[in-house]
Design a protein around this ligand. Structure first.
Ligand SMILES: Nc1ncnc2c1ncn2[C@@H]1O[C@H](COP(=O)(O)OP(=O)(O)OP(=O)(O)O)[C@@H](O)[C@H]1O
Ligand SMILES: [Mg+2]
Length: 320
């Protein structure tokens, strides 16, 4: 693993989530291998990984829904296995799939949860949350008429009732259009600025880059990097080269030729990202290799380091 900052093994005053050596298998499928990390209070923490990496499994363990086979985890100082009731009092979870009741209106959903959590004035809390999440106008409409973004906002509003110390958001923006994603990012930033610790999972590097104070990259159940976006970007000094080709066949040949020397990733639109160190000679070598294979890219761009490049470097040419 690429550990960028030496983390103290002992829990500090500001640590709100501590995970040590978590292991989890479903039957003979190993899903988590020795996962360890810490989350500081009041920060935004992103667990970044592709489909099946194990993100939801970690969230499920931390929110006491399932048990790890090995290792320990604590949230707000309470052990997730031995003190699961205490943990549940400190947290809220917005799962990967919205948990709103479609038969009710937005307001009714909020009041219902407020009553369940013994909030003193759940009607007033509902009004405040409707306003905060820009749902006032739609407050008395049945949730069936809501867009995906509205449903997600309501879902998060519901999870905030009772002021949790840590809020877990499992892929809060998957499937969102850019506008809805931006709105959600603002909400998440606001939550953190009010002192709530936000633990989110995402498949989007850009999202982790935008939001997170600390990013842990999970790949096939193993942590492969841990640091801030800037720290991670420093792993890739000068970025990568992006090439576009005429047809699938050229992309396949170029991949074959280049993958012996560089980490390659297929991008949309007959494009390849090639992780070079960015020096002029290296870029020249890429073209020389292509030229020997009688391949001429239709476009060429040299990109500055992004988290994509980091991903490419860390997990090589494997599919994200
Ligand atoms: N209850 C289960 N029984 C068997 N296998 C499971 C179970 N839950 C998860 N898995 C497997 O564990 C692996 C990790 O799943 P998990 O849902 O944690 O991934 P994820 O990172 O959340 O993926 P996604 O981005 O698709 O939500 C996958 O291979 C999945 O098929
Ligand atoms: Mg998941």
């Amino acid at each position: 693993m690429l550990e960028l900052k030496k983390e103290s093994k002992s829990r500090t005053m500001t640590t709100v989530i501590e995970v040590q050596g978590l292991q989890k298998s479903f039957k003979d499928v190993h899903v988590l291998n020795d996962v360890s990390f810490q989350v500081d209070k009041g920060t935004i923490f992103a667990l970044l990984g592709s489909n099946g990496a194990g993100k939801t499994t970690i969230i499920n363990i931390l929110t006491t829904l399932i048990k790890a086979d090995n290792g320990m985890a604590s949230v707000a100082g309470f052990d997730v296995t031995k003190q699961s009731g205490k943990v549940r009092e400190q947290i809220s979870l917005t799962g990967q799939f919205a948990a709103v009741d479609n038969r009710l209106t937005a307001r009714e959903n909020l009041v219902l949860i407020g009553d369940l959590r013994h909030v003193v004035n759940s009607a007033k809390t509902a009004v405040e949350l409707l306003d905060k999440f820009k749902l006032t106008e739609a407050a008395d409409r049945s949730v069936t008429t809501f867009s995906g973004g509205m449903r997600r906002r309501l879902d998060i509003a519901m999870s905030l009732i009772g002021t949790p110390v840590v809020i877990f958001l499992d892929e809060p923006t998957t499937g969102f259009d850019p506008e809805a994603r931006n709105e959600m990012w603002q909400i998440i930033r606001k939550l953190a600025s009010n002192g709530t610790t936000v633990f989110l999972t995402t498949q989007y590097l850009e999202e982790a880059d935008e939001l997170a104070d600390r990013i842990v990259v999970l790949h096939k159940g193993t942590i492969v990097a841990n640091g801030s976006a800037n720290e991670l970007k420093k792993l890739v000094p000068k970025g990568s080269v992006e090439l576009a080709f005429q047809d699938e066949k050229s992309v396949a040949t170029a991949t074959h030729v280049l993958e012996k020397h560089y980490a390659i990733r297929n991008e949309e639109g007959l494009r390849l990202a090639v992780a070079t160190k960015g020096s002029v000679f290296e870029v020249a070598k890429v073209f020389s290799l292509l030229s020997k294979a009688h391949l001429e890219p239709t476009e060429f761009t040299q990109k500055t380091a992004t988290l994509d490049d980091v991903f490419l470097k860390i997990i090589g040419k494997e599919e994200k």
